[in-house]
Every structure is written in C-alpha cells, then in structure tokens.
Design a protein around this ligand. Structure first.
Ligand SMILES: CC(=O)N[C@H]1[C@@H](OP(=O)(O)OP(=O)(O)OC[C@H]2O[C@@H](n3ccc(=O)[nH]c3=O)[C@H](O)[C@@H]2O)O[C@H](CO)[C@@H](O)[C@@H]1O[C@H](C)C(=O)N[C@@H](C)C(=O)N[C@H](CCC(=O)O)C(=O)O
Ligand SMILES: Nc1ncnc2c1ncn2[C@@H]1O[C@H](COP(=O)(O)OP(=O)(O)OP(=O)(O)O)[C@@H](O)[C@H]1O
Ligand SMILES: N[C@H](CCC[C@H](N)C(=O)O)C(=O)O
Ligand SMILES: [Mg+2]
Length: 495
C-alpha cells in the first residue's frame, strides 16, 4: 500500500517526503521491523517510540508515522496522535475486519475470561465459526495462540481479526480491559455487543480513582454506535449487570439498546431459585425470549452472573434459549477458575484466579458454602500493580478463612517481602491472631505447607494465579503452575 493511501485516511495529517513510497506492513516495535515496513512511533509509558525510529529505519523501515518531524532520511506522516493514527491505519490496512464479523466484547473487573468462554461455547455449539481473544489465549479455526496480556494493541488486534476473517470466522468474542479502553487499543473495532460484568476495585495504580476506572470502562459503551436500523443484524447492544452500582452510569452513556441481567424483578434476563453445591450451580432464568432451568457444572453465585451475561449476548445473536441452556450445561469450567486438583486426597484443593478483593471474597464465600472442614487460603498480590488492594485482600482472606498463608504472586520488580507486609497490614487491622496466619515468600513452600496442614474435609484454596504457568520475579519469568505444585504436595504429604 502506498504512503499516500495511508495519508488519505487522516484528514489533518501532513505528509513530508515521497508520497508514493510502497509500505509492505505496519510495525510499532523497532525490534520487529522488516524491510519495507511503515514504522509508527508511539509515545509509551516507559519509553518513546520516536527514540527508536532511527533503529527502525536502519532495520529497513521505509516511512514513519510521527507526532513530530524527525531528522531521518525517510518520508514521514505527521499526525497529532500516533495511537489514534495506528488504530485508523491498522483498520484500513487490514480491511476493517471487525465489520465482517459479529464482535462481542466483555469488560468488567472480574468474570471477563469466564464470560467470553461461555459465549464462545454457545456460539460454536450453534454452528457459528467463533474466535476468542483474552487473558488465557487467542483461538480460532482450531488453533490457539499465546497472549502476553488480555487485550492486544490495536495493530496486533486488527491483524488477528483480519486473519480470523480469512479463515472464515464469522463471530469473535473478546475481553476488553480498562487499560485497552484507556489506551485506545479497541478504537476502530466495530462491536455489535458490549457486555459489562461488574466494577470493583482493581488497577488503581493505573486509573488512580474508581471514578477514573469507571470512566475508562464507560468508553466501551459510549463508543458503541449511534445509529438505529430496521436491520436486526446491524443493531448494537449494551448488556449490563443491573445489580452492579455502576449499571446506571453505563446505561446513561450508551446510545445502544440496553439489555439488563441480574437477580432483580426488572432485569430483562433474571435468575432466581439459585442453588449451589460443590458439584455445580442450578438456577431458573426468565428472559425476553422465554424461561428455563439451567444446571451449571461450575460453582459460585458469580458464575450465575457470568452465565446470565452470556445468555443475554447469545439471545441477541438469535440463538434459542434451549440451545443456550444445552451448551451452558456442558461447560466443565474454565482453566484455572475454581479448578479442583484431585489426586484422590480426602480434602479439596482448588486453584482459582481471584486476584482482586471482590474476586477473592466471591470465591471464598462460595468455598465456605460447601466446605465441611476448615478453609485454608494461600494467596498473594502482584507486584507493580495496585498496592491499595493488598490490605483489603488480607482482610477478606482472614474474614473468610480459618487459616491464611500469605505468599508471592508475580512480585515483578517489587521487593516480595514488602508486598507481603502490605497484605499483612490488613490482617493486623482485623486483629487476626498470629496463630491464624503465616507469611511465606516462596509460593511453592506456601502451597506445600497448606497441603501439609490440611485434614480430611478441609478445603485448600490457592488463589491468584489460576491458569498461569509462570512466576515473574524481577523481570525473569520461571515455570510455575499452582496445579502442578499442589499435585506434587499432595503426593508427598506426610499424613
Ligand atoms: C501500562 C501498559 O499498559 N503498557 C503497555 C504499553 O507499554 P508502554 O506504553 O510502556 O510501551 P513502551 O515500552 O513505553 O514502548 C513505547 C513504544 O516504543 C516501542 N519500542 C520500545 C522499545 C524498543 O526497543 N523499540 C521500540 O520500538 C514499543 O514497541 C512501543 O510502540 O504498550 C505495550 C505494547 O502494546 C504493552 O505491552 C504494555 O503493557 C504492559 C506490558 C502491561 O503490563 N500492561 C498491563 C497493565 C495491561 O495492559 N493489562 C491489561 C489487563 C488488565 C486486566 O486484567 O484488567 C491487558 O489488557 O493486558
Ligand atoms: N462475575 C464475577 N464476579 C466476581 N468475581 C468473579 C466473577 N467471575 C469470576 N470471578 C472471580 O474472579 C476470578 C477471575 O475470573 P476471570 O478470569 O473470568 O476474570 P477476568 O475479568 O477475565 O480477569 P482479568 O482481569 O485478569 O482478565 C475467578 O477465578 C473468580 O474467582
Ligand atoms: N490481568 C491482571 C492479572 C493479575 C494476575 C495476578 N497473578 C498478578 O500477576 O497480579 C493484571 O495484569 O493485573
Ligand atoms: Mg481475563
């Protein structure tokens, strides 16, 4: 594609140099540049891509997208905002893939991965060729791809969506994080349905206040189309958890048709008669398209919410409620979410991905509902992430468990001991006696000790890392899987 064609997509951009330069591909990372690339200079949070433009040119970049003109011998497209330009150019270069599929996005503090998995299952069981993008992986057309975060950068996202379209995918369900919304990673992605799960504390290191965090999530609903049509396939839907205090805000910022779900009388999709056992959760659901009883194989009231979000998104795709029920009832669970580790031991071991105060409270409440013995909780908090959630999670762990083992969860570049101390602050504030908790920096040791102390009928909950297969200490990622360590500990248990 010629540089002038890219330039034509940005009305206020100024092209300096040879406009007929042929650009083979788009790139934002100088380390990945190939000869013929158009290199987009992004000012980042840690470094400025403009400082790497020279390296990009040396590696073969034939032109640049810049916010300020650089003294380099290649044509340059001067733009006001290179992140915005990236979104526009990526959409253009990859031929607007999100307009060729039904795009369903899920945002919220907790439950995004679970909800996207449920939607993907329903859609594919119904015969739709479905793509999935999120924390655990990206998958489509029978293949899976690893992810480095939850929501890809605009350029990577459009490239992946384009490939999905090429492979015949007709619908894509993806997690949309608040970071992604704030950074414009999904600008240009034409969503048909935007789903909101819940809003509770997380990421205050990045968003600074709950209001700012809510505002970032609100962008998803505010950007959801603003035109109405008789054509049902072109309509836009905001699927909102009516029981969350932020619901009214999201409803107020969207122009799309709102579908609410929840436990209250007024919700468009309502659950009632909820019954939870250690084997699963059953409930009755009333919707605008009929009523039914559903028996999930997943435990936890929060999974009833995730299921209702999925039901709502699937109903607007025209999938009959009975088909939705059939699919939901076959989902065994999601990798690393309330996942049992079973080596035939007489106590339960559960690995879960709860890494926020609300997530931890929900999973502990659920575990308490069916625990016949003590609840032993192993957890930690990520380094280089929201510090203020640490004492809150300490309090919650203490309030809902009989014994707490505070340990490391990806300390990253922070001192692991100090992270543990931040968590301990919450336990101290709750006046938890020293014999009810311990602090063990080494996560493997903490898991071994938790399992060593378990008696028949106890439940050991290992929270925070779920599906993760690594521990990040400093900038080094080493193999670490809670499930494997737990199995190892169960097999080596002395009593
Ligand atoms: C705070 C944040 O979101 N940062 C993201 C951001 O990094 P950044 O702005 O710091 O980028 P940078 O390193 O300063 O680089 C700026 C530019 O210079 C370029 N560069 C850099 C170095 C070089 O040698 N050459 C070069 O060209 C980079 O490619 C980039 O274009 O852009 C990068 C590229 O897209 C992301 O990898 C990075 O995610 C970091 C690793 C991260 O940890 N993000 C987390 C917080 C995140 O986004 N999480 C959410 C999930 C949260 C949830 O669960 O709710 C997610 O969606 O993943
Ligand atoms: N609807 C929900 N409400 C509250 N907690 C939930 C809900 N769904 C799941 N959880 C808890 O949160 C954990 C993470 O769930 P999930 O991975 O689905 O969330 P996520 O929003 O994708 O997280 P991330 O922000 O890391 O992508 C689960 O292991 C469970 O403990
Ligand atoms: N998407 C979340 C995942 C947190 C998982 C936890 N294991 C951690 O590393 O803090 C984040 O990046 O904040
Ligand atoms: Mg997720």
């Amino acid at each position: 594609m010629l540089l002038k064609q890219f330039a034509s997509m940005l009305t206020t951009a100024r092209l300096v140099g040879e406009s007929n330069t042929e650009c083979q591909n788009l790139q934002t990372d100088s380390r990945q540049v190939k000869p013929g690339d158009l290199f987009i200079c992004l000012p980042g949070h840690t470094v400025d891509g403009h400082d790497y433009a020279e390296k990009a040119v040396n590696a073969g970049a034939v032109a640049l997208v810049v916010e300020r003109q650089l003294d380099l011998p290649v044509p340059q497209l001067l733009v006001k905002d290179s992140r915005f330009a990236m979104a526009v150019l990526a959409d253009f270069f990859f031929d607007s893939p999100s307009q060729k599929m039904n795009m369903i996005g899920v945002t919220g503090t907790n439950g995004k991965t679970t909800t996207t998995y449920l939607i993907e299952k329903i859609m594919s069981d119904y015969g739709r060729k479905t793509g999935l993008i999120g924390t655990i992986q990206m998958r489509y057309d029978g293949r899976t791809y690893p992810m480095s975060g939850t929501t890809p950068e605009a350029l990577d996202l459009q490239r992946s969506l384009h490939d999905m379209v090429q492979k015949g995918t007709d619908c894509c369900v993806m997690e949309v994080s608040s970071h992604a919304l704030e950074q414009g990673r999904v600008k240009g992605t034409n969503f048909r349905t935007a789903v909101f799960t819940n809003l509770t504390q997380d990421h205050l290191d990045y968003h600074h206040s709950m209001e700012e965090y809510r505002g970032a999530k609100g962008l998803f609903f505010a950007r959801l189309g603003n035109g109405y049509t008789e054509d049902v396939t072109q309509r836009k839907y905001a699927v909102i958890n009516a029981d969350d205090p932020a619901a009214a805000y999201f409803i107020s910022v969207t122009a799309a048709e709102v579908i609410t779900y929840g436990m209250g009388e007024k919700a468009d999709v309502r659950a009632s008669q909820i019954s939870i056992t250690s084997q699963g959760t059953s409930f009755h659901v009333d919707t605008f398209a009929g009523s039914t009883d559903i028996r999930l194989r997943m435990v936890g009231k929060f999974n009833v919410y995730n299921a209702m979000a999925a039901i709502s998104a699937a109903l607007v795709e025209g999938i009959p409620l009975e088909e939705i029920k059939r699919s939901l009832e076959t989902v065994p669970g999601v990798d690393g979410r309330v996942e049992g580790v079973d080596e035939g031991q007489p106590f339960a071991v559960i690995v879960d991905y709860a890494h926020t105060p609300d997530g931890l409270e929900n999973v502990l409440r659920t575990v308490k509902e069916f625990a016949e013995g003590r609840v032993i909780c192993v957890f930690g908090c990520g380094g280089d992430r929201d510090r203020t959630k640490r004492p809150l999670m300490g309090k919650i762990a203490a309030n809902y468990s009989d014994f707490v083992l505070v340990t490391s969860d990806n300390p990253r570049t922070e001192d692991p001991d100090l992270i543990l101390k931040d968590i301990e602050q919450g336990l101290i504030e709750e006046s938890v006696p020293a014999e009810r908790y311990t602090m063990i920096v080494d996560r493997r040791q903490a898991i071994h000790e938790a399992i060593e102390m378990a008696s028949p009928a106890d439940v050991v909950l290992i929270a925070g890392k779920g599906h993760e297969t690594y521990q990040i200490i400093g900038t080094t990622k080493t193999d670490f899987d809670d499930r494997i360590i737990a199995k190892e500990a169960i097999r080596g248990k002395s009593n």
